[in-house]
Design a protein around this ligand. Structure first.
Ligand code: SDX
Length: 438
């Protein structure tokens, strides 16, 4: 993939005041969004590095998968708006779209679904990994361990230079994540593992593995299955976020796909990222009552207090996260369908949102609810334990991770990612023997 296949004549020029020299770098346009200054030759020409901790102004790659306009609150997957996909599509169809670039035809969809369905079981030996964990291990610790171990079982899909093996590994990861996550839950509560079933949809299978027992038939609620499927769509991919960038960086060294996805799971676990959905529920429970909201808003605004309003703010969205809009709507639908009237946490979350969005601190910083603000309330209403929220996010995001990983590995210009630094440490000094160190 040649960066910006369309030739560009535009460029930016800057003068290095320390030498008086001027430099010219190409300005590359995409199909949408900001142009990029191609700085690949910058160090060679100027002897300087760029400096952008947190990558607030840095494009790490070219991609055709997901586009975000943070100012307008727009999220497109291969050009399709997230609200339309959430309304009309289903998770496996979105998986096909992300992985292969197009919505499937009817026959392609049936073949793709069958391909995923045939990889939902895990090697029987993997069953024993769980017993190495304490029952109270966090499910994300289990996910990191078990997913990282998959490469020890699937040697026929480790050659990353073979597109067919890459696709088999991608199918295996998408298909097995729900099984691995559901079994982490079953292990934690001491119930027997429930095997996947080929007569159920992706979302139905996950809920069945979570809540069925061998003692009696378990019929998955169509309402909860539909809500789960929509939530999986909303979390599927999101451009170059922290966990996706982790997967790309791990993959750039040639690491196998299972190791790369395990790295992505580890990064997603952080409360500033995917761990926020669990942190929102903890925060709402801690706030407890509407009359305590001002106290926590004040904490969130206090620079001396590390507390942040979880589920609020986003590096890219400086408008309402379009996924949060759909998530809030889904929250009301699920609670209504479950006959859960006046869920206090939802009432509290909506009041917290109302107050925050009227507060100059949040308005000036363009801090809006993000995808994590309402998701936990839905998960809790569905009977999913708080500790499993981020594992669910990982189940959904796996298709985004493997799609971005495939895009990177199949790029003929791909090379290992190796950032530099601004060094501010000690200048050269001679070794001081122990006896002379005072
Ligand atoms: C996800 O990248 C992605 O796409 C991620 C994700 C995905 O799908 O992959 O969308 C999923 O991770 C969503 C985000 C979930 N995290 C949270 O909800 C945690 C709470 N949010 C914050 O930690 C924060 O908003 C981040 C981490 C999400 C974004 O941080 P940034 O972009 O680095 O912003 P910042 O820390 O520079 O904040 C800018 C200002 C600061 O104040 P000032 O220094 O300007 O005075 O806004 C303040 C921050 O203190 N601020 C907040 C805040 N978020 C930012 N203040 C209070 N509460 C918050 N939540």
């Amino acid at each position: 993939m040649s960066v910006n296949s369309g030739a560009s004549k535009e460029s930016v020029t800057f003068t290095d005041n320390s030498t008086g020299k001027s430099f010219n770098f190409p300005l590359l346009p995409g199909t949408m969004g900001p142009k990029v200054i191609d700085t690949r030759a910058l160090y060679g020409e100027t002897g300087h590095f760029t400096y952008d901790p947190g990558y607030t102004s840095t494009g790490s790659c070219e991609s055709k998968i997901t586009f975000i306009d943070g100012d307008k609150g727009v999220l497109l997957h291969r050009g399709y708006p997230i609200d339309q996909l959430a309304e009309h599509s289903d998770h496996l169809e979105v998986c096909h779209l992300l992985l292969k670039g197009e919505l499937p035809t009817a026959s392609e969809k049936e073949k793709f679904e069958d391909g995923i369905r045939r990889h939902t079981m895990v090697h029987e030996q993997i069953n024993y990994f769980y017993r190495g964990f304490r029952r109270d291990a966090h499910p994300m610790a289990v996910m990191c361990g078990v997913v990282g171990a998959l490469s020890a079982f699937y040697h026929d899909s480790l050659d990353i230079n073979d597109p067919q093996q890459r696709m088999i590994a991608s199918f295996r990861l998408i298909a097995k994540m729900p099984t691995i996550a559901a079994w982490a839950y079953k292990y934690a509560i001491g119930q027997p593992f429930i095997y996947p079933r080929n007569d159920l949809s992706f979302a139905e299978n996950f809920l069945h593995m979570m809540f069925a027992t061998p003692c009696e038939p378990y019929n998955v609620s169509p309402v909860l299955a539909k809500a789960m499927d929509r939530i999986l769509i909303l979390h599927a991919d999101h451009e170059q976020n922290a966990s996706t960038s982790t997967v790309r960086l791990a993959g750039s060294s040639g690491a196998n796909p299972y190791a790369c996805i395990a790295a992505g799971i580890a990064s997603l676990w952080g409360p500033a990222h995917g761990g926020a959905n669990e942190a929102v529920l903890t925060m709402l429970t801690q706030i407890g009552r509407k009359d305590r909201i001002p106290e926590f808003i004040a904490k969130a605004k206090d620079k001396n207090d590390p507390f942040r309003l979880m589920g609020f703010g986003h590096r890219v969205y400086k408008n309402y996260d379009p996924r949060a809009t759909v998530m809030q709507k889904t929250c009301h639908e699920v609670l209504d369908d479950l006959g859960v009237r006046d869920e206090p946490l939802l009432e509290l979350a909506m009041e917290l949102e109302r107050i925050a969005l009227e507060d100059p601190y949040f308005v000036e910083r363009k801090l809006y609810p993000n995808v994590d603000f309402y998701s936990g309330i839905i998960f809790r209403a569905m009977g999913i334990p708080v500790s499993l929220f981020t594992a669910l996010f990982a189940v959904a995001r796996t298709v985004g991770w493997v799609s971005q990983w495939n895009e990177m590995i199949s790029d003929p210009e791909q090379k290992i990612g190796r950032p530099r630094q601004l060094y501010t440490g000690a200048t050269p000094r001679d070794y001081v023997p122990l006896h002379a160190r005072g």
